[in-house]
Ligand binder design. Sequence first.
Ligand code: FAD
Length: 430
Amino acid sequence: MGRAFVYVILGGGVAAGYAALEFSRRHVAPGELCIISEESVAPYERPALSKGYLLPENPARLPQFHTCVGANEERLTPKWYREKGIELILGTRVRSADLKKKELLTMAGETITYKYLIIATGARALKLEEFGVWGSEAENVCYLRDIADADRMVNVMQSCAGKSAVVIGGGYIGMECTAALVTNKIKVTMVFPEKHLMARLFTAKMAEFYENYYKERGVKFVKGNVLTSFENDPSGKVTAVILRDGTRIPTDMVVVGIGIRANTSLFDEGGAKLALEKGGIKVNGKMQTSDSSVYAVGDVAAFPVKLFGNDIRRLEHVDSARKTARHAVSAIMAPDETGDLDYLPFFYSRVFSLSWQFYGDNVGEVVHFGDFPNSQFGAYWVNEGRIIGAFLEGGAKEDYEAIAKVVKTRAKVSDVGELEKLGLEFAFRE
Ligand code: FAD
């Protein structure tokens, strides 16, 4: 049993949706392109899962947030794919690949061949078991990566209204899930090993602002600690978590957000071996892997970032998925007019009524600015006399555009004191 396509996108997440739109704009012929996805729905904007999807009132539901609405582009419903002659092979996991034969083998035993393959397998949530903690398959323990996880979390939350939850992990998934839980009237304790929230990005000063905001909404923090085991009732439900220092926290549900791992395993050995780096599939500036017919995009791709001197980075953010996907399609379909991707790393999050954006890299000296008590503040990262990163909470569209520009142009900073005084104004002067 087998099918043949010119272009195959392996994975049906954010990157797949944006790649499909780009293929269609470049007039892919009906029957030439397919998307193979383990998920049972057409590509959607994954960030919605920890935001609108978890709201107690008027929650976001498909088909509202199919790609590419997140970038204010067309919404690609299953009907759109049908009309374009793009085959959606859903609910189908690819089991193995043979790069020499240019074919993929599905769990159902079907062989799918390609001329060009785009790997868009994204990432999976890390499980507590990988850290030696057992029992996270209990019915009231939730992870959040796909729509099935989100449906499960909604059900568990509904059974816990007025009760309590423990959130394991202080990254953006932990923060966004906590905000959603609080909005659903659930009391939350956040547990994480770092000194403060979002330790990979926030400075202590920035984290203090968000922690205070959360505390005002009843959230408790247990920092510098990790979960070591669960207590369960006779039905298997978790009733408490036990931490490394012996602390016991009774709870009605647990949400775990402890990071992700890129889905590279199909391509790390044998006849499917590709060069890997930084936990991802290594690609060049055209998103092309060590096999010239194979491209990788989104969370699974490790690509050279021009702005950082072509340092190879794997970026786990939605904007990177959208842009790398489009770039790969352009490189495949219009190779002569496609140069190396010149990408400005960008990441955002929204919690409660707060919203921030971050551009670039958070290395070097940090210069905070703005009005912290009134939720309008930011920070620049200055490295070797130039702006290398910028963060802004509570900005307007033009404010975000301005900070993005100073990072993109690596604006020169001759006086850090002056930069601090000017704050956001600096970005508009450049
Ligand atoms: P994914 O969107 O993960 O898609 C991968 C697809 O591949 C999935 O459909 C998967 O089922 C499929 N797949 C994997 N292996 C196989 C296989 N063997 N066979 C078939 N199919 C396979 N980023 C931000 O910048 N801001 C945010 O606010 C934000 N919020 C987020 C909230 C949540 C809850 C999550 C989970 C992520 C969030 N992100 C956010 C990150 C963003 O969603 C990802 O960077 C983006 O989804 C990556 O796109 P992708 O296409 O590479 O991978």
